[in-house]
Design a protein around this ligand. Structure first.
Ligand SMILES: [Zn+2]
Length: 338
């Protein structure tokens, strides 16, 4: 009996060592320790022993069962841990994989330049004003000293909505409207879209302008020059400027301002047509007739005005040579300004 028990113990031990899965260890538990298990059977056979031998053998059986139970529990724990580890390994996340980019848009270069220029003028104390894009001829032409016979009123240049309503051909009518509502001294700029009936490599039917106006008791051409020189430095860095006499109906005297070519620094290149200079904007002292039309007394106040094309400034800032690129909405072009 003792030998049989000892053999059973060795056999169980060996099986437990070999068990590789939780299911196998469960089967071993049933096989040896279950209701009909091997050890239960051997306990039953104790009745064949003499009463003196029984307690001793019973104790031996119990010790062996405890030993085997402990072995099974240990093995069970080891296998459970392994299973857990395996599960963790199989569910592991690869955090080294690159993430997906969220693609964001950017500002259109015209909008970006417009915001940039607005910032420069508000820093210098200018107000930002806006006005309607569909405008009365009285504001678009009459208030700005542009007579009926002026060529810019021609149907070929202007989009007429009706006899006295047009798509504004410049942002100047905003200045006329501003003068009606505000008392000098004041300084303002009006950025926005304007429309002309024109389309080629350097003209589009819609483009952007920014005009400015400063009116006060002693506003002089020297003030205009100083302000514009400061403005140009902020846009293009340290550079030379020059003023050329010009004619505009709404200013007197009038000038065009050039900056030294940003590409060749005055040496002469294709962009500046080998002159070394780039035309940037028109400017001048506000014609007294325009001040009077705005309800101001030209004996008491004077003012200067200036105007520039936003597309032109943007092209010079970024070195873009075709105006149409701004309006073709080619994503490859626009992406460069993000
Ligand atoms: Zn040049």
């Amino acid at each position: 009996m003792k030998e049989k028990l000892s053999a059973l113990k060795d056999e169980a031990n060996l099986n437990i060592q070999k068990a590789a899965t939780l299911q196998e260890i469960d089967e071993i538990r049933v096989k040896y320790l279950g209701k009909k298990g091997e050890f239960t059977e051997i306990s039953k056979s104790m009745r064949n022993l003499s009463p003196e031998e029984r307690p001793l053998f019973g104790q031996l059986v119990n010790e062996t069962k405890t030993f085997i139970t402990n072995l099974i529990d240990e093995k069970n724990l080891v296998l459970k841990n392994e299973a857990k580890k395996e599960q963790l390994m199989s569910e592991v996340l690869d955090i080294s994989l690159p993430g997906r980019d969220v693609s964001t848009g950017g500002l259109h270069p015209i909008t970006e330049t417009m915001n940039f220029l607005k910032g420069i003028f508000t820093d210098m104390g200018f107000d930002i004003a806006e006005g309607p894009e569909v405008e009365f001829t009285s504001y678009n032409f009459d208030a700005l000293n542009i007579p009926e016979t002026h060529p810019s009123r021609d149907l070929q240049d202007t989009f007429y909505m009706s006899e006295n309503v047009v798509l504004r051909t410049h942002t100047s009518p905003v200045q006329a409207r501003y003068m009606e509502k505000n008392q000098p001294p004041f300084r303002m700029v009006c950025p926005g879209k304007v429309y002309r009936n024109d389309y080629d490599i350097s003209h589009t039917p819609m483009f952007h302008q920014m005009e400015g106006l400063m009116v006060g008791p002693d506003v002089s051409f020297a003030n205009l020059k100083a302000m514009l020189e400061q403005f140009v430095t902020k846009v293009f860095g340290e550079t030379k400027v020059r003023f050329r006499p010009h004619f505009f109906p709404f200013t007197e005297p009038s000038a065009e301002m050039d900056v030294q070519c940003v590409i060749c620094k005055g040496e002469g290149c294709r962009l500046c047509k080998h002159s070394g200079w780039l035309e940037i904007m028109g400017c001048g002292m506000v014609d007294p007739a325009v001040l009077e039309a705005g309800g101001l007394n030209s004996d008491e106040v004077s003012g200067f005005a200036f105007g520039m094309g936003i597309e032109r400034i943007t092209m010079l800032r970024y070195g873009i040579d075709d105006l149409r690129a701004f309006f073709e909405n080619d994503v490859r072009f626009l992406k460069q300004f993000k």
